[in-house]
Write a protein that binds this ligand. Sequence first.
Ligand code: CP
Ligand code: NVA
Length: 318
Amino acid sequence: MLRHLLDDFDLGNDGLLPLLDRADQIKRLRGHADHPRPLAGKSIGMIMEKASTRTRISFEVGIYELGGMAVAMAGRDLQLGRDEPLVDTARVLSRYLHGVVIRTHAHERIVTLAAASAIPVINALTDKFHPCQLLADLMTVREHLVHKSGPSKGRHQDLSGLRVAWVGDGNNMANSWVLASALADFELVLACPKGYEPQADVLARADGTRRGRRIVTDDIDAAVRGAHVVTTDVWASMGQEEEREVRKRAFAGYCVTEKRMSLAAPDAVFLHCLPAHRGEEVEGAVIDGPRSVVWDEAENRLHAQKALLELLCSPARS
Ligand code: CP
Ligand code: NVA
């Protein structure tokens, strides 16, 4: 049974597709009288130790629409910001709340928080993983490559058979794609500059499952050729601001251009978790062009996280 969502593997091979099916259903039910309200009378805490637009707002709105109340807290406003131990914070929050969503720096912090919590903990991004974003990304891929017409229609119902190209930094998003490729059994080609590949322990965990396939290369065109999904992220993530100039040089050329998109499958889609830097990791003509599904992807954060909250915090579990 899913207790926390700390990284993508917590869902289990059999947990992902039912969750995405439920997210599709919840999306259709939005605004209808029979929309579920499993959080009625419940409060979910949200600790944000980094900036956020999509994650914070989609969780707050999602919790409200599920009948609950969101208690949003900036890390610096809590006693945590004055060195109260994370473990003590976890114990206290467990006495008030029915779940905690946290965006933080080192992944170890969320592991520590979850170990001391009596309530579900959801990773809203750490330096290592961003599993909630992957739920929305895979939901969006299914919407565009399975449920809509086109050459790939019907081919990726269970996501296996998919070829995904990641272009750029081997960061938290790339690490989550690596785990997702094993979970959903698809091929992931990561084009990263030398020294900026996804973390070796994450690749090893994924390879250990013998599911899916992962190729790491510095050949961007080879990665994108024939891909059904092309995706990228910023060159400098939150917390790496001081490396921005060094990274600009290291990532020069690691840009998803229109020319490169023409190498992908005929109905390939472009994803980006956002925020984006046009002219760096992606050309404006791509992110604002016909292959881009980034606004659906951003919207799907709401629906996918509602399905996740329902699963983790439903009345049956209280
Ligand atoms: N994609 C994403 O997590 O966006 P925010 O940083 O705005 O939450
Ligand atoms: N890799 C980015 C993702 C932002 C949603 C970051 O960590 O800043």
